[in-house]
Design a protein around this ligand. Sequence first.
Ligand SMILES: [Zn+2]
Length: 96
Amino acid sequence: MSVGNFEELKAHIGHKIVCVHYHNPALSTCENVAIECETCNEVLMDFDNLHQDKQKMTGKDLLKSGIVGLMKDRKDITDSVAYAKDLGDKVFDDAT
Ligand SMILES: [Zn+2]
């Protein structure tokens, strides 16, 4: 959703317009930058970061992401493999 002509942009005159970026904390990259109308909560113009595909996630990035060790203090999980399988089963059961 973005503006494509004079009338669509004119509709936002006097509104609060901001330039924001959408950041992927796991990869430490900016995925998208957008000019948005906060008044209408609408993206007026946006661009994806075309260079992000070349950046691969390293083991270091994964550690920094906070995902690793997230459940290390959970006492109710004794078998992490069984827990992950059970969680996966629940997610896919709910989705159907
Ligand atoms: Zn607007």
